[in-house]
Write a protein that binds this ligand. Structure first.
Ligand code: PLP
Length: 442
């Protein structure tokens, strides 16, 4: 791996140009570096665990395209599958064998899933799952949790994580009161609040939607019994449980968070890893619920490019290449990164917590370092010293390490991180930790 240069002229020129053509110069807000300042790097190519920008700088990638790239970039098996699929035609608007294979692959891995419908993004998956839950139950309301992000679905943007948290937005203009009216927003990991909401609105609640483990306000695993409690409460009140595994699915284990915890939901949403880096996602679950979808049922859902053969080929190749060794490497790399972060921040005297949810991890700058507690909700995340993050981030970036450009996002390792990458991370961390230590209090 070549050393990172500090010249970013071409990225800055492109960013300037982009802002005249694309709002904010980016096609997804967190890419703009708004929360950390400076100009985003424009990426020219990527291979393995390395991103190369348009100025020729290399970075160790700790974002992995926000999750999908568990094998690293341009993995030969995935590239070959994509090339083969593309050569056979890009889109048919008719069923293909490979779509069935991808649906079967998901069904084989996640026990409670009996039927799968492929869509194009995680947003579409959650939007469709909510519509289906409302159509199936005949009820209007849904419960979501503060700091959880389920894509930019109108009804789910209230108090959301990811870019909504990074930009500090309570919700989004353009979402009408009517669209948000039936969304009840509760604190994550607060089962008592869920029980109370069911007491009050029980017969109106169609579904509870939750991230399998929260990853969009930083990595926050559910407390023991939270997901199981949601299962119990939804069942008791005739509502559906939707577990959003867009981020965790096929990353934290071959069967996602379900493979770690085993709590069964009525519906699941998937994306990211199952698409291998191309636009594909899915929702799936109980046969009797999924069969309510058109054409077997009345709940309408469709897509010109759904099950696109090239995206499906990338997803299948990724899932089939990700053997036990890949999952061991993902876990080991996350542990090793967490250890390096902890050592450097301790040495620099920066109060912090490195939290993990499976192999997702986050650094929270907090003086509450007690071993028997951890941050469990969005209020806890918002109370951290987020101002330490920008200097920490930029010191890493300048040294050729690319973490997520927001204190509210999880870090995503790939199995492709190698010794060179870890050496670069270890070399970069002491200065970054000192930058966090000396960050001026706002
Ligand atoms: N659900 C979760 C848990 C996510 O993390 C995301 C995106 O980060 C989404 C849904 C939306 O997926 P997409 O960005 O593909 O629309």
């Amino acid at each position: 791996m070549s050393r990172s240069a500090d010249v970013t002229v071409k990225s800055s020129e492109l960013f300037e140009r982009a802002q005249h053509a694309i709002p904010g110069g980016v096609n997804s807000p967190v890419r703009a570096f708004s929360a950390v300042g400076g100009d985003p790097r424009f990426i020219a190519s990527a291979t393995g665990c390395t991103l190369t920008d348009v100025d020729g700088n290399d970075y160790v990638d700790l974002v992995s395209s926000w999750g999908p790239m568990i094998l690293g970039h341009a993995h030969p098996a995935v590239v070959e599958a994509v090339q083969r699929a593309a050569a056979g035609g890009l889109s048919f608007g008719a069923p293909t064998e490979s779509e069935v294979e991808l649906a079967e692959e998901i069904i084989d891995r996640v026990d409670p899933v009996a039927r799968v419908r492929l869509v194009n993004s995680g947003t579409e998956a959650t939007m469709s799952a909510i519509r289906l839950a409302r159509g199936y139950t005949g009820r209007p309301k849904i419960i979501k949790f503060s700091g959880c992000y389920h894509g930019h679905v109108d009804a789910l943007l209230a108090d959301a994580g990811s870019g909504v948290a990074t930009l500090g937005l309570p919700t989004s203009p353009g979402v009408t009161g009517a669209a948000a009216h039936d969304t009840l927003v509760l604190a994550y990991n607060d089962l008592k609040a869920v029980a109370k909401a069911f007491e009050e609105f029980g017969d109106q609640i169609a579904a509870v939607i939750t991230e399998a483990a929260a990853g969009n306000m930083g990595a926050i695993a559910p407390v023991d019994g939270f997901n199981a409690g949601l299962r119990e409460l939804t069942r008791r009140h005739g509502a559906l449980l939707i577990i959003d595994e867009v981020m965790t699915g096929f990353r934290v284990s071959p069967a996602g968070w379900f493979g770690l915890e085993g709590v069964g939901a009525d519906l699941y949403t998937f994306g990211k890893v199952m698409s291998g880096g191309l636009p594909a996602a899915a929702f799936g679950g109980r046969a009797d619920v999924m069969e309510r979808l058109a054409p077997t049922g009345p709940v309408y859902q469709a897509g010109t490019l759904s099950g696109n053969p090239v995206a499906v080929a990338a997803g299948l190749a990724t899932l089939r290449t990700a053997d036990a060794a890949v999952y061991s490497a993902l876990d080991a790399n996350a542990d090793r990164l967490a250890g390096l972060l902890t050592d450097a921040l301790r040495t620099a005297g920066v109060a912090h917590r490195v939290q993990k949810a499976g192999n997702l991890l986050s650094v929270f700058f907090t003086t509450d370092e007690a071993a028997d507690t951890r941050i469990i909700d969005y209020a806890g995340v918002k109370a951290t010293q987020t101002w330490r993050f920008a200097p920490f981030f930029h010191a890493l970036l300048d040294a050729g390490v690319y973490p997520p450009p927001s204190a509210f996002e999880a870090w995503f390792v790939s199995a492709a991180l190698d010794e060179d990458a870890f050496t670069r991370i270890a070399d970069a961390l002491p200065a970054a930790a000192r930058a966090a230590a000396t960050a001026p209090t706002p």
